[in-house]
Design a protein around this ligand. Structure first.
Ligand code: SF4
Length: 386
């Protein structure tokens, strides 16, 4: 393993489950805060011992507190976790340290203390600035609260904020989506913007409502949503937020260091906490592996405390599958992915076919990258390399 590492910390708690959400998180489990963070601390310490033995001094380039809702737990838990990370890993002085925040739970105290502890990037779950859309999504905040939360972060001294939006919300109009974007770009001016098309996931209230036609809502179809994406890309890039990944746009120099590690298979990351995913070397003498932690919060706590195995490992990929993975993840990035001739040869047929279809191109650095049209059907293009 090379000596670079990104660290993800999963905070699986929310104030309330949103109607579209299938992320591993639970609401109303405050009683588990203390035992969960105790287990998290144990996992960090025991893993760091192994990692440091395996690789010597590791340089941590980014830390990401995600969830769930990190801002919904008492800030002391996050501060302690950060302290434990500093004690057990060598975190670079210029490391990007991010925390996801929810406008409903964010407080002055949280922002002040976490900035003081070294968090230097915030990802604010705005989702929409239309109150009716926010109600449909099952969010606890309204547009005014979202704006207050954004100002609160700025006033506390945050210099790198991402505003996250969802589009394709039931009954949403293009006009409303345009207004959301315009307000964020012209009034808020964050450093980074993420836009995600609403995905209807099994097991969520949205899935049930759509399937059973429970709500008398118009659900935007794929072509409509694609059209909005094309608009958003044009609008954001014309306003100095070029796209650097399928859903992510940033002012120059503010591309997320942490998220980029997920799309570059030369990079290592490790996740701590229930349901967290990793891609690194964890045992001596074995290659890098993908693995993930047990999803249930209860089981995670019990297994960590009992010293039982809490990780599941993916099958080791063969060399061709590894290159395929490098390509389909790398294609998410606007700059694309660089292949050596032997790697390119393995997927020559697929690459040529996608170039012919105008879905991928070779850019000036000789990387292969999605074309604008390819980015609109990215999942289909990427599936050619799986
Ligand atoms: S706040 Fe985020 S993680 Fe929590 S339920 Fe809503 S979408 Fe899911």
């Amino acid at each position: 393993m090379n000596n670079q590492l990104s660290i993800y910390i999963h905070i699986p708690f929310c104030e309330k489950k949103c109607s579209y959400c299938n992320f591993p998180s639970a609401a109303g489990e405050n009683i588990l805060f203390q035992p969960y963070f105790n287990a998290l601390q144990k996992e960090i310490i025991t893993t760091a011992e192994i990692q440091n033995k395996l690789s010597g001094k590791i340089n941590v380039t980014s830390v990401f507190f995600g969830g769930g809702t990190p801002s919904s737990v008492p800030v002391k838990f996050l501060l302690k976790t950060l302290e434990t990370l500093h004690e057990n890993f060598s975190i670079n002085n210029d490391a990007e340290i991010s925390a996801e925040c929810n406008p409903n739970s964010l407080t002055n105290k949280f922002a002040d203390l976490i900035l003081e502890a070294g968090v230097n990037r915030f990802s604010l779950g705005v989702q929409s600035l239309d109150d009716n859309e926010l109600v449909k999504l099952g969010r606890l905040h309204n547009s005014k609260k979202a704006e207050t939360a954004y100002k609160l972060l700025r006033d506390a001294g945050a210099k790198n904020i991402s505003a996250d939006l969802i589009y394709g919300i039931p009954e949403q109009t293009k006009e409303s989506f345009k207004n959301n974007l315009k307000c964020i770009v012209k009034k808020w001016k964050p450093e980074h913007i993420s836009i995600y098309s609403l995905s209807i996931e099994p097991g969520t209230p949205f899935h049930k409502w759509k399937k059973n036609k429970t709500k008398n809502w118009l659900w935007p179809d794929d072509d409509t949503v694609m059209n909005w994406f094309i608009y958003a890309e044009k609008y954001l890039s014309a306003n100095s937020y070029p796209r650097y990944e399928i859903s992510n746009f940033a002012k120059q120099g503010f591309e997320s260091v942490h998220n980029t590690t997920y799309w570059d298979t030369t990079k290592n990351y490790i996740g701590f906490g229930a349901a967290a995913h990793s891609f690194c070397c964890i045992t001596n003498g074995t290659p890098r592996r993908r693995f993930w932690n047990v999803k249930s919060i209860d089981k995670y706590i019990k297994k960590i405390n009992a010293g039982e195995k809490h990780r599941f490992f993916s099958k080791q990929l063969n060399p061709k599958q590894q290159i395929g993975e490098k390509i389909y993840l790398g294609l998410r990035l606007t700059k694309g992915v660089k292949l050596i001739p032997e790697e390119e040869k393995l997927f020559e047929k697929e690459i040529l076919q996608q170039i012919k279809l105008g879905l991928i191109k070779k850019n000036k650095n000789n990387n292969i990258a999605l074309t604008k049209r390819g980015a609109q059907i990215a999942n289909t293009v990427m599936a050619e390399f799986v």
